[in-house]
Design a protein around this ligand. Structure first.
Ligand SMILES: Cc1cc2nc3c(=O)[nH]c(=O)nc-3n(C[C@H](O)[C@H](O)[C@H](O)COP(=O)(O)OP(=O)(O)OC[C@H]3O[C@@H](n4cnc5c(N)ncnc54)[C@H](O)[C@@H]3O)c2cc1C
Length: 602
């Protein structure tokens, strides 16, 4: 049980900030590593509302005799445009089947084949079918499984609806966080010998996104402010098939099951593009050729932009779009394999995919970058760990392959949990005035924000200006002019943010206050992103610069590291870990040994 020493201070051995897939898996790992440790799980929403719950398509792991670890490793590295750390990818691929079987033992209802074996489906950029799934509600089932398993451990205390606002540090170590209890408005220190950040991504810094409203990148901003660099922030994944307007995701599983993309001339336009797949180049019209629609997400989103420029997209109130056609799959197949797609299309686009075409457009989906960690999830700040989408370990490099992320949560959530547990038991908390001082600083920052004179800048205006600037300056295609303008706007917005005034002074569930705190963090991570993108004068994976169109391994086979300063972020670089797979051309569908000799600098 947690110790509450003084009214304002709660103590645990380890706290985990974030109750999504990564956070719950980490909490279970800490509990299993040392049952004597007290664990606090801090989450701004009830854990089952975390974004993991909406993941649809599935989780990748080698399961079938036609697959092999080398294939999964190669697909991931090649998909990352050689920016993934290969030691991390090797560990990830080796652990993935173990973790997915563990989920099965904890109760995850994987779809099965008639033989009783686990079923797998194809997914973008994966040369072999290896995506395990539970219909198209995989995240829902996985999060339920983890949540229910976490309930078994008495030593895990949940702090649901507590919003973390700052990290606490003393004696050079991270020793907890400051958090607001949203139900009462009380601001307290939650102390611990180790903190694992599992706060998810920050897609909300863009206007069209599949990401839920809570995905504002808070944990990245907290770590960044505590001096930890953000790695590879320039790499943002657009998913090619979101619903216009809401950004709601139409899962890649719809294309995995055989859905095709059509432009405004009714043409399967992807046949005109090099998606890195030999199949799509040699036999684009073959009816069985699903590889085309299952090219990597960055290439598909870029193809959309070219179609738009050629006038081959439809015009709609929420921007241009194309069509996704799944009608040929038939009602039975759609209801059995992608029922959620039908439900979403009916509820949010007013159409039935059994007989209608689904309007889709690229929408921001995932951030490859995040808090810089090593393989154990440890950051540069002793005692602070990170796992899941907020972290960059890095297995995703310049472009994540669909269905690798959910697997990453459990593989690296577990490893970070085990490591943090071992370290936490070796330390004790320092009772220094420094901690009280930091708590007071947090309190006065919040009270200043709430007590500013009325009539200042509006939160909504600053947020709109931020998302508009990001889409215009750091979207699917970028160049020096667009990025420079974006950086300028962000600098102005940071100033404007200090003049924002709030109307709601209540202490109970004050969402205006949390929106303001989120927005401050969003500006921080947006700056890290835009400046990292500006410094990377090459094109790689999801980072496509129209003024530097080729990959430049001589200068940029490197991770970027953005450090927070009092003015613009400082950008440094770190080496990429290459174990056995020298940089080559991104292709899909050939065997790894054929590709190793590809070489090239594309
Ligand atoms: C629509 C959609 C579908 C997807 N489908 C797939 C898929 O099929 N396969 C796949 O591999 N990946 C998929 N992804 C990606 C994957 O789901 C996410 O990357 C992953 O779920 C992130 O998990 P997480 O545990 O890191 O964070 P999340 O699940 O986002 O959880 C973050 C947690 O942090 C907490 N938190 C945040 N800020 C604070 C704060 N300030 N204080 C306290 N708590 C805080 C939140 O309350 C929440 O509990 C999908 C993503 C989306 C958006």
């Amino acid at each position: 049980m947690p110790k509450i020493d003084r009214v304002e201070e709660i103590r645990h051995d380890v706290i985990i900030i974030g109750g999504g897939g990564a956070g719950l898996r980490a909490a279970i790992a800490v509990a299993e590593t040392n049952p004597d440790l007290s664990i606090g799980l801090v989450s701004k929403v009830y854990p089952m509302r975390s974004h993991t719950v909406v993941a649809e398509g599935g989780m990748a792991a080698v399961a079938k005799p036609n697959d092999a670890r080398e294939f999964h490793i190669y697909d991931t590295i090649s998909g990352s445009d050689w920016l993934a750390d290969q030691d991390a990818v090797e560990y990830f691929v080796d652990e993935a089947p173990r973790e997915l079987i563990q989920l099965e033992h904890w109760g995850c209802p994987w779809n099965r084949e008639d033989s009783g074996q686990v079923a797998v489906r194809p997914f973008g950029g994966m040369q072999i079918e290896r995506t395990w799934y539970a219909a198209d509600k995989t995240g829902f089932h996985v999060l339920h499984t983890l949540f229910q398993t976490s309930l078994r451990f008495q030593q895990i205390t949940r702090h649901d609806e507590w919003f973390a606002t700052a990290l606490l540090t003393a004696d050079g170590r991270c020793q907890g966080c400051v958090a607001i209890e949203l139900r009462t408005g009380e601001i307290r220190a939650i102390r611990a010998n180790a903190v694992i950040m599992c706060t998810g991504g920050g897609g909300r810094i863009f206007p069209f996104t599949t990401n839920g409203a809570i995905k504002t990148g808070d944990g990245m901003a907290l770590a960044y402010r505590a001096g930890v660099p953000l790695k590879d922030m320039e790499f943002v994944q657009y998913h090619p098939t979101g619903l216009p307007g809401t950004g709601i995701l139409i899962t890649e599983a719809s294309r995995g099951e055989g859905g095709i993309l059509l432009n405004n001339q009714g043409r399967r336009y992807l046949e005109n593009y090099d998606l890195g797949s030999p199949l799509s180049l040699t036999d684009p019209k073959h009816p069985q050729n699903r590889t085309m629609e299952l090219g990597p997400r960055d290439r598909l989103s870029q193809a959309f932009m070219h179609e738009q420029a050629a006038g081959h997209t439809f015009k709609g109130p929420y921007g241009d779009y194309v069509h996704l056609d799944v009608r040929h799959l038939g009602e039975r197949h759609i209801d059995a394999r992608i029922p959620f797609v039908r439900e979403l299309a009916k509820n949010y686009a007013g159409i039935d995919p059994v007989k209608d075409l689904i309007p889709v457009r690229p929408v921001v989906h995932y951030m490859m970058g995040g808090i810089d960690t090593d393989l154990d999830g440890a950051t540069a700040l002793p005692g602070l760990y990170a796992a899941g989408e907020c972290a960059c370990v890095s297995i995703n490099g310049a472009n994540r392959l669909g269905s690798n992320s959910l697997t990453e949560l459990v593989v690296f959530g577990a490893r970070a949990g085990r490591h943090a547990a071992t370290v936490a038991q070796k330390h004790s908390l320092s009772d220094t005035p420094e901690i009280n001082h930091q708590l007071e600083e947090s309190r006065s920052r919040i009270s200043d924000l709430q007590n500013r004179p009325k009539g200042g800048e509006r939160l909504a205006d600053v947020r709109d200006a931020l998302t508009t600037a990001m889409e215009a300056g750091a979207g699917i295609f970028r160049d020096e002019t667009s990025l420079a303008a974006c950086c300028d706007t962000l600098r102005d917005l940071r100033k404007q943010m200090s003049h924002v005034s709030l109307d709601d002074t209540s202490s109970v569930y004050n969402t205006e206050l949390t929106t303001a705190l989120e927005l401050e963090g969003m500006i921080d991570i947006a700056e890290a992103l835009a400046h990292s993108a500006r410094h990377r004068t090459e094109s790689r994976g999801s980072h496509q610069r129209t003024d530097y169109v080729t990959r430049d391994d001589d200068h940029f086979l490197k991770h970027s590291l953005a450090f927070r300063t009092d003015s613009d972020p400082r950008i440094e670089y770190a080496d990429v870990a290459i174990t056995h797979w020298p940089p080559g051309k991104r292709t899909y569908g050939a065997k790894p040994d054929q590709k190793e000799n590809d070489g090239g600098n594309q």
